[in-house]
Design a protein around this ligand. Structure first.
Ligand code: GDP
Ligand code: IMO
Ligand code: MG
Length: 445
């Protein structure tokens, strides 16, 4: 099984990091292929909690190559902090590799992300304000600065100069706004000092990053080919999720990359035939951070139960995640988009203790039409009411279960129903954050 993609099927934070860390045991390389430090992937191992934003979730396995592919946008300061953080806890970054073709997040991207959100006001997307959208925009505009540019001072200076030119207007507006806020005694909403935005300071700062990152920079596509051609398993670790996909998600309330499995090819430099398995990670309920439609969102007692028991606060921004029931209409859509071969259902343990568990099986439109499929028109999606099937809760804690037979029949029934309705096996079930807190549903491990 050389190529394995692991992707989110909802709105992110499904537990992709945990599943990647788990499946990495059988792989030789783990590759991030899109997104940036908007991602927050948590791994709990031997009582330690690790949070990764850019570093692939295979890094705790000492013998695995961990690759940041060309499709990722990299904030070098954040990456270096993450590398240092690993060193401090005794994890070696020696097997990290960074694509020379990956694009860099620059301080002006972070500023513009914040400025754009402020400008949108009530219509804001609720981005992570990490500069993701502006960095991908520059990539598409061919104004991006790439990792390889860090290694050539002349080119770096020229590229920053060109990129800065087109931002002058927006940045001027921003400094006017900043001065105004300052005058009014308001707290400043962006934390990047103005003086980082001149050509000289930026070039020096990024050259320094380049010196520190140089040992990791390489042709990562070629690394993937070597592993795949030798028949070794390469995991492509998705960030974000299908419903945040730039093309297929709930636009404009999406991220600026394609988190679906197909994007692993472009974002890592491999072909579609290299990917033989696609694991879709799905939470046993739903969460979403930021704005945008969320048909099964609830704000009642059950929602509070999910939020509290599931610790539903963003890994990256600390914002509370919106909670709701599992949505099988949206899940079927995500499964098809990704060509999903197996599901890993996480956080089943969080549902324990609820009297009743609901699952959305179809939507009803404002006009009363029954919708079995995810509607292609966003206006319809905004107006739908989900229709639920109800299941008896499983009162018992399930966090100690390690085999299917350890689960109460109500929990098994819930898993079977999901699997049968979406037509994809639930191969793995998570019953806690720890690496060992999983159940292989075929009883094989
Ligand atoms: P990712 O972005 O998809 O990697 O997910 P996050 O790491 O942002 O959020 C998932 C959270 O759930 C993390 O805090 C994980 O430690 C935790 N988690 C993962 N799987 C399980 C599970 O099966 N049960 C519980 N209770 N927590 C889990
Ligand atoms: P992981 O990999 C959850 C959301 C933001 C916002 C929208 C756009 O941990 O699952 P962006 O900063 O990407 O321009 O924000 O996407 N978002 C995430 N939500 N998990 C993530 O990553 C996310 N990355 C971005 O909240 O609504
Ligand atoms: Mg996350």
């Amino acid at each position: 099984m050389p190529g394995v993609a692991i992707v989110g099927t909802q709105w992110g934070d499904e537990g992709k990091g945990k599943i990647t860390d788990l499946l990495a045991a059988d792989a030789s390389a783990i590759v991030r292929f899109q997104g940036g430090n908007n991602a927050g992937h948590t791994i709990v191992h031997d009582g330690e909690t690790y949070k990764f934003h850019l570093i692939p979730s295979g890094i705790l396995h000492e013998d695995k190559l961990c690759v940041i592919g060309n499709g990722v946008v990299i904030d070098p300061g954040v990456l270096l902090d993450e590398i240092e953080g690993l060193r401090k806890v005794g994890v070696s970054p020696a097997n990290l590799r960074i694509s020379s073709n990956a694009h860099l997040i620059m301080p002006y991207h972070v500023l513009l992300d914040t400025a754009d959100e402020l400008k949108l006001g009530k219509l804001s997307i609720g981005t992570t304000r990490r500069g993701i959208g502006p960095a991908y925009a520059d990539k598409a505009l061919r104004l991006g600065v790439r990792v390889q540019d860090l290694l050539d001072e002349k080119i770096l200076r020229k590229k920053i100069m060109t990129a800065l030119e087109s931002k002058q207007q927006a940045l001027r507006e921003l400094s006017v706004r900043r001065r105004k806020l300052r005058k009014e005694g308001e707290p400043e909403s962006d934390d990047v000092p103005d003086d980082r935005l001149d050509l000289h300071t930026l070039t020096e700062e990024y050259l320094a990053y380049g010196h520190r990152l140089e040992p990791y920079i390489t042709d990562t596509a070629r690394l993937c080919w070597t592993e795949l051609d030798a028949g070794r398993t390469v995991i492509f670790e998705g960030a974000q999720a299908a419903l945040l996909d730039l093309d297929h998600g709930t636009y404009p309330f999406v991220t600026s990359s394609n988190p679906i499995a197909g994007a692993a090819c472009a974002g890592a430099g491999v072909g579609p035939t290299d990917i033989e398995q696609v694991w879709g990670v799905v939470k046993a309920y739903s969460t979403r951070v930021g704005s945008g439609p969320f048909p099964t969102e609830i704000e009642d007692e059950a929602g509070r139960h999910m939020s509290e028991k599931g610790h539903e606060f963003g890994t990256t921004t600390g914002r509370p995640r919106r909670c709701g029931w599992l949505d099988l209409v949206a899940l079927r859509y995500a499964i098809r988009l990704n060509g999903t071969s197996a599901l890993a259902m996480t956080k089943l343990d969080v549902l324990a203790g609820l009297d009743t568990i609901k699952v959305a099986v179809r939507y009803r439109s404002k006009e009363g039409a029954v919708l079995d499929e995810f509607p292609y028109h966003q206006t319809i999606l905004h107006g739908v009411t989900p229709e639920y099937d109800e299941f008896p809760g499983f009162g018992d804690e399930v966090s100690d279960a390690r085999r299917p037979a350890d689960l109460p029949p109500e929990a098994r029934n819930y898993i079977d129903f999901v699997s049968e309705t979406v037509g994809v096996p639930v191969a793995l079930v998570g019953v806690g954050p720890g690496r060992d807190q999983v159940i292989w549903m075929d009883g094989s491990r």
